[in-house]
Design a protein around this ligand. Structure first.
Ligand SMILES: [Zn+2]
Length: 328
């Protein structure tokens, strides 16, 4: 590997730009492709340009090569652990940043001219549109339908498979309510100036995000829509979470076809336990034990088990398969 002598030609550095995007834009300044930049200058052979952001040594080399501010460039670094990802100062659940995936706003790239770049925030799966403009982000090429990735890229605006110039794609604006939800979520994640109602405020951010995705799914159960518990549904769920527990109570009432909360707490213990049990498989799909405990506690209150000591309720909230028909 060569020592890092700054190149004579470089590109303008942008604080909001993804590290992989910076590398793809810089390579032509040294008259080389990104693979050569990786192997010759960053000591990375046969690796994707998206991996630079996970290696402090490679980020430092890239900064030297392009005469970039090292601290600013490092803002786009990510670290992946078994159970979480750290990126942009946020702790995210696994799946919230898929490093090999590229997402972009075609309209913004087209209008940025030679400074067209991929922003760090575009890589967060839950932010489905650009936070400032509300332009919907593309994660698939509209021509060949392949997921956009970072490998074999001569520039950051082409599809890596069919080479379509994605700046030519007509930009789409996300609906105003989706944009508002994404902005709230971005405030929570990036600026940390949103305090959620008790007891949600004490949950770590990965649990809050999983809870939001689940609440989006739960919200549509009364309408018999089986939404995926996925990062893309988090913004809508996050807005619901901000109205905890009212939003949750409303959904449960609708699901149980009850008109008031008092109706749920009426009747004998057995029928109330049975009624609560119909929600147990949905609650079990919530992929956070801490969030599940909050939901169960709220259901306990709603169904009138105020002392928190109903064993029947606890039992029925653990869904099991009933062997009602063992002879198939
Ligand atoms: Zn394509």
């Amino acid at each position: 590997m060569r020592s890092n002598i700054p190149w004579l030609r470089t590109i303008e550095q942008f604080e909001d730009e993804a590290i992989a995007s910076t590398a793809v834009r810089l390579a032509p300044m040294g008259r080389i492709d990104t693979d050569t930049l990786l192997s010759l200058h960053l000591g990375m052979t046969d690796q994707s340009v998206s991996t630079i952001a996970s290696r402090a040594d490679a980020i430092a080399e890239l900064a030297a090569l392009g005469s970039f501010d090292h601290a600013k460039l490092s803002k786009g670094a990510w670290r992946m652990f078994k159970d979480r990802i750290e990126f942009l100062g946020c702790v995210l659940p696994v799946g919230w940043l898929v490093p090999e995936r590229r997402r972009l706003a075609p309209g913004q790239m087209a209008s940025a001219g030679e400074n067209a770049r991929v922003k760090n925030t575009w890589l967060l799966s839950g932010l489905i549109c650009d936070v400032e403009t509300g332009e919907t982000l593309l994660d698939r090429c509209p021509a060949c339908l392949n997921l956009l990735a970072w490998r074999n890229l001569p520039n950051i605006w082409s599809c890596q498979v069919c080479k379509l110039d994605l700046r030519s794609v007509t930009p789409r604006q996300s609906p105003p309510e989706a944009v508002a939800a994404v902005r709230e979520l971005a405030r929570y994640l990036l600026k940390r100036d949103i305090r959620l109602p008790a007891p949600l405020g004490d949950l770590p951010s990965p649990d809050v995000l999983k809870f939001s995705a689940w609440l989006s799914y739960f919200r549509w159960l009364p309408e018999d829509l089986g939404l995926a518990i996925s990062p893309k549904n988090v913004p809508a769920g996050f807005l619901l979470l901000k109205r905890w527990p009212t939003c949750f109570d409303e959904i449960v009432l609708k699901r149980m076809k009850a008109s008031t909360a008092e109706d749920l707490a009426k009747g004998d213990v057995i029928s109330r336990i049975k009624a609560a049990g119909t929600l147990s498989s949905s609650v079990a799909r919530l992929p956070s034990a801490a969030a599940q405990a909050i939901v169960k506690s709220r259901l306990e209150t709603l169904f009138g088990f105020l002392d928190g000591s109903s064993e029947g309720f606890q039992d029925v909230m653990v869904p099991i398969s009933e062997l009602v028909n063992s002879r198939f």
